[in-house]
Design a protein around this ligand. Structure first.
Ligand code: PEP
Length: 259
């Protein structure tokens, strides 16, 4: 995807029944204007993905999985694979902090999920970020370094343009406790420096890096204005049609300012 496009992802988490998700997508489709310079992605519960894939106008919204298993098929009761999601979603969240800390997804799971996504034609959105404790200990940059290194361990430079990185400080997710733009700038600069070191400037510069953590309609523009931030991963605010559509408009305005 062109780097001059902003990417806005709405993570609905474990909210809305299939019926309510379908109604809400309909509401959003009436409120959200399509802009060539903004890609909008919806990540509903897995159960709703197939229904929404039949309903969605792909010029307006793409779909994302919130999670999937890294094996393509087999005796893995209760799991859904990236292979099974092929043709239904365009993106897949990987390493979201709720997966890391509630469901104990390991570094190996995350690395394999990144690969499974790429193998199955889905863009992995690799979420990385420090906990409050790690931040207090001054370990933010070490954590980002390690999570990036392990998450991308098997990704080649030819595959890197498929990958999206989301900087999501764990202490800012669902807490209303926003990161300061200055902190986000530093984190994103460190992420980009490491990508450059791993893959070279030419390839690394094209990687989309997002910010996520308690973004609202009133804070969106500040994050979108940060050099090196190519979009937002939005949780709670994506469940409010007015707020989410305002965030998308802010993304559009931010692309006009740059043009
Ligand atoms: C998220 O789910 O990735 C997220 C950033 O949530 P929230 O916007 O609610 O903090």
């Amino acid at each position: 995807m062109a780097k001059d496009k902003k990417l806005i992802i709405g993570n609905w988490k474990m909210n809305l029944s299939v019926h309510d998700a379908s109604l809400y997508l309909h509401t959003l489709s009436e409120r959200v204007k399509s802009h060539r310079s903004v890609e909008v992605v919806i990540a509903p519960t897995t159960l709703a993905l197939q229904t929404l894939s039949l309903q969605v106008n792909l010029r307006q919204f793409k779909l994302s999985a919130q999670n999937f298993y890294w094996r393509d098929s087999g005796a893995y009761t209760g799991e859904v694979s990236a292979t099974q999601l092929r043709g239904i979603v365009s993106y897949g969240l990987v390493g979201h902090s709720e997966r890391r800390y509630v469901f104990h997804d390991t570094d190996k799971d995350i690395r394999y999920k990144v690969q499974a996504a790429i193998r199955n034609g889905m863009r992995p959105v690799l979420c990385i970020g420090e906990t409050a404790g790690e931040r207090a200990m001054g370990e933010t940059f070490d954590v980002l370094h390690d999570q990036l290194l392990t998450g991308l361990a098997n990704v080649t430079s030819d595959e890197l343009d498929q990958v999206v990185i989301a900087y999501e400080p764990v202490w800012a997710i669902g807490t209303g406790d926003n990161a300061l733009p200055g902190d986000v700038t530093q984190a994103v600069t460190a992420i980009r420096r490491q990508l450059k070191h791993l893959y070279g400037a030419k390839v690394a510069d094209d990687v989309q890096v997002l910010y996520g953590g308690s973004v609202t309609a009133s804070s969106a523009a500040d994050y979108l204005a940060i050099e090196g931030v190519d979009g937002l991963l939005v949780g709670g605010a994506s469940l409010k049609a007015d707020e989410f559509s305002t965030i998308i408009e802010k993304a559009f305005e931010s692309t006009k300012k740059k043009a």
